[in-house]
Ligand binder design. Structure first.
Ligand code: FAD
Ligand code: NAD
Length: 397
């Protein structure tokens, strides 16, 4: 019998950390492990809003995958996954190539949910991937240049849909970046409108009153127009239609209205719950031999019978258990159940300010922003060690 074949689909938080765990756990020659990802870089999804605004350099967020794989235990294959045959244990790639597996990890992450709102797919910008976020940055610059040509104020009106974590973090970056672009293009800042539209009656609904009030005050001080209890019902090329009968003349809608699991999963022979793949306590896909799933693609019921949220924190913790579990499965050993430990949450509002609750300690302002950097640094440390962490953190902004 040949060496067992392990295939990892997706090099986001889940896929990268499982790869690193297998590099550490497996002995040389114990298994053939291949990590398959669309691009040859791993993008740090939690930083994508900064790429969208242009407040961080690309090398801070997009990391070359072969450089991250420390040993030759894990091979990398740049390819787009199209389909699966779980009976024959095969993966079908977009190129038509077929890859066989004995053990499979599905870590294909999230897609943006647009809820079928007319025009959003066509005209709005999404914070989904490195490329889609980079497109936001190029578009913003294009709009600044267009304003210089025709002085149409709709070029300088930037609308962000949703005031959940992603929406508020995006607005915070715009507050940091747009004054700089105004200087560069010699446009008075008073010409800029940043509008955040949220359908529920509060921004950051998962935070307490103090954090919400702090965030609202900071954004309003920086001229952001917060429209709560207002729903976007249509997006056109040059206008955003609201459910209160008004419309905003704008050519930029950044959609942060919510996420769902990767849509590709719906095309596979899988039983899904809310678009996600149900997994057992060992992170194995129910009913499929040798198949594991982590991160935003996985539906994991916590002890309180609630599904774990789609966060990097969950994906990383699951991957740290799933990697050793795949190694144990190869060796015929017992698997370890996954238990989630919530360490806290921090939402950045630009680079200098944040709100958070970490290990029960509530924080607002600069200290919270520092904490956010500690969280980011910790991930880089886990991924590549101290030197790698320092190199990425010090990459030019
Ligand atoms: P992803 O990170 O989505 O990775 C999936 C990978 O699969 C990607 O590399 C993708 O290219 C690849 N892929 C997809 N389809 C294919 C295919 N067909 N073929 C090959 N490869 C494919 N969470 C937190 O806990 N804290 C935060 O501060 C935080 N901030 C966030 C900020 C923003 C702007 C966003 C958008 C999300 C944030 N999140 C945060 C959520 C977090 O980013 C996700 O929960 C996390 O990325 C999920 O990790 P994952 O490995 O499951 O998937
Ligand atoms: P979300 O679902 O948390 O927030 C989306 C917001 O958009 C909601 O408040 C919703 O009411 C609003 N909305 C939806 N449709 C709308 C419409 N038509 N008009 C106006 N508003 C509309 O989604 P998210 O903020 O993208 O977060 C996704 C996941 O990523 C979550 O699990 C979150 O915890 C995680 N995340 C975490 C962080 C962090 O920890 N700092 C940052 C970003 C994302």
């Amino acid at each position: 019998m040949g060496k067992p074949k392990v295939i990892i689909l997706g090099a986001g938080y889940g896929g990268m950390i499982v790869s690193r765990e297998l590099e550490k756990t497996l002995m040389k020659g114990e298994a053939d492990v291949t990590l398959i990802n669309k691009h040859d870089y791993h993008y740090i999804s939690t930083q994508l809003h900064k790429i969208g605004a242009g407040t961080v350099s690309d090398d801070h967020v997009a990391l070359h995958i072969p450089d991250l794989l420390k040993t030759n235990h894990v091979k990398f294959m740049k390819a787009t996954v199209k389909n699966t045959d779980f009976t024959e244990k095969k993966i079908i790639l977009e190129s038509g190539e077929i890859v066989e597996y004995d053990y499979l990890l599905i870590a294909l992450g999230f897609d943006v949910d647009t809820f079928g709102i007319p025009g959003v797919e066509e005209f709005a910008f999404k914070i989904r991937s490195f490329r889609s976020s980079k497109a936001i940055h190029y578009h913003i610059r294009k709009e600044f240049a267009a304003y210089k040509e025709d002085l149409d104020s709709s070029h300088l009106t930037f609308v962000v849909a949703g005031a959940g974590f992603t929406g508020i973090e995006m607005v915070g970056e715009l507050v940091d970046q747009l004054p700089k672009l105004c200087k560069e293009y010699a446009i008075p800042y008073k010409k800029i409108r940043i509008i955040n539209v949220e359908s529920s009656d509060s921004i950051l609904p998962f935070f307490d009153r103090k954090a919400i009030d702090f965030t609202s005050a900071y954004l309003q001080k920086n001229s952001v127009e917060l429209m709560t209890s207002t729903k976007i019902i249509q997006c056109k090329k040059d206008a955003i239609i609201l459910d209160n009968g008004f419309q905003i003349s704008a050519r930029t809608l950044i959609w942060s209205g919510g996420v769902r699991a990767n849509r590709l999963l719906e095309q596979w022979d899988l039983q899904l719950i809310n678009g996600r793949i149900p997994v057992d306590k060992y992170l194995r896909v129910n009913g499929l031999d040798g198949v594991f799933c982590v991160g935003d693609a996985a539906y994991f019921l916590n002890e309180d019978e609630k599904a774990l949220p789609a966060t990097a924190q969950v994906a990383i913790q699951q991957a740290q258990v799933c990697g050793p579990n795949i190694a144990a499965a190869i060796r015929g050993q017992g698997l370890k159940p996954f238990t989630y430990h919530h360490k806290g949450t921090v939402a950045s509002i630009g680079s200098k300010v944040a709100v958070g609750n970490v290990f029960g300690l509530k924080m607002t302002g600069f200290f919270a922003a520092l904490m956010k950097q500690v969280v980011e640094a910790r991930y880089l440390f886990v991924l590549g060690g101290p030197v790698f962490m320092a190199k990425v953190m010090l990459a030019k902004s």
